[in-house]
Design a protein around this ligand. Structure first.
Ligand code: NAP
Length: 294
């Protein structure tokens, strides 16, 4: 079997068209434009590239967008002050602080300073807690992108054996919590694996849907995948430089071998990545819509 390859790039385009239409509706009905601020500390090349992509997408969708770049040596207090400043700015509905932050700054303190109603990255403890009890307001963007990919590709999750490799607060835990909820687009039986898991392959081989967010290049090989499984590869690993001088990327899954065994698979790049940015925009739109309701 050769797998159907789900393009995150194409799926993201569809979702963005829907968002752009909703932005126009919101403006016409209430005179409100969704506003997103991205705060970038320092000039880590990967972070610069992510923030540039987010800002471009926000502008393309007609958002009010602010790129607030701060020096590497900004103090934690000043950064928290900045976040609180945007908490009060009515033009801003979403605040994104690009991670990682320099080591002298507590990411926890900065993220917790974001007003939960403007936490469009969905990483505030209030929003993660809401997600856990099935009352989510904002889903973290990467797990949200994975769920949308599954849904738009028509993959049935109800009753499916889902195995998630990775238990980070950013990806592994939230996608597990989302897919276990008793609701449409979820309702799966979820197993979460990590570095202390005994015999990873024994678990992954049972998966109808295998979601891999380990950050280890080609950690999942074909012998670890069940025939006909749906494989979502979240990993982004830099494995060299292309002839054009760009970073050469690969996922956590041995794509070439696994695509001969899976029924559906996402590529890297062009899989989960484009969906992550898109769901940030979806969350910002939602924050603006909620602000209208008051
Ligand atoms: P992370 O915080 O480093 O977490 C990795 C998780 O994988 C940990 O829970 C770790 O277990 C587990 N793990 C690592 N190696 C393993 C192995 N050999 N067997 C089983 N479990 C293993 O990473 P993350 O933030 O979740 O990101 C994961 C990957 O996704 C990275 O490549 C990242 O770049 C990528 N990512 C992509 C997007 C996107 O938009 N495309 C967004 C976010 C992240 P322990 O807990 O035991 O250490």
């Amino acid at each position: 079997m050769t797998a159907r390859i789900i393009s995150g790039t194409e799926t993201a385009k569809l979702v963005r068209e829907r968002i752009a239409q909703d932005v126009v509706k919101l403006r016409e009905a209430h005179g409100i434009t969704p506003g997103l601020v991205t705060i970038l500390v320092g000039n880590n090349p990967a972070s610069v590239s992510y923030v540039t992509g987010k800002q471009k997408t926000a502008r393309d969708l007609g958002f009010y967008s602010v790129q607030d770049d701060q020096p590497e040596d900004i103090s934690e207090d000043d950064l928290v002050w900045l976040v609180e400043h945007y908490n009060k700015d009515p033009r801003v509905h979403g605040i994104l602080v690009q991670l990682p932050l320099p080591s002298h700054i507590s990411e926890t303190r900065v993220l917790n300073a974001i007003d939960p109603d403007k936490d469009v990255d969905g990483l505030h403890p209030m929003n993660l807690g809401r997600l856990m009890i099935g009352q989510a307001r904002f889903y973290p963007c990467t797990p949200y992108g994975i769920r949308e990919l599954l849904s738009i590709a028509g993959i049935e999750t109800k009753g499916a054996e889902v195995v998630v490799v990775g238990r980070s607060n950013l990806v592994g835990k939230p996608i597990s919590m989302m897919l276990v909820q008793k609701e449409a687009g979820a309702n799966a039986t979820v197993t979460m694996c990590h570095t202390a898991t005994r015999d990873l392959g024994e678990h992954t081989k049972k998966a109808d849907i295998l979601i891999v967010a380990a950050g280890r290049a080609k950690a999942i090989t074909a012998d670890m995948v069940k025939d006909g499984a749906v494989v979502i590869d979240v990993g982004v690993n830099r494995i060299g430089v292309t002839a054009e001088g760009k970073a050469k990327l690969c996922g956590d899954v041995d794509f070439e071998a696994v695509k001969e065994k899976a029924s559906v698979i996402t590529p890297v790049p062009g899989g989960v990545g484009p969906m992550t940015i898109t769901m940030l925009m979806q969350n910002t739109l939602k924050a603006a819509q909620l602000a209208v309701k008051g």
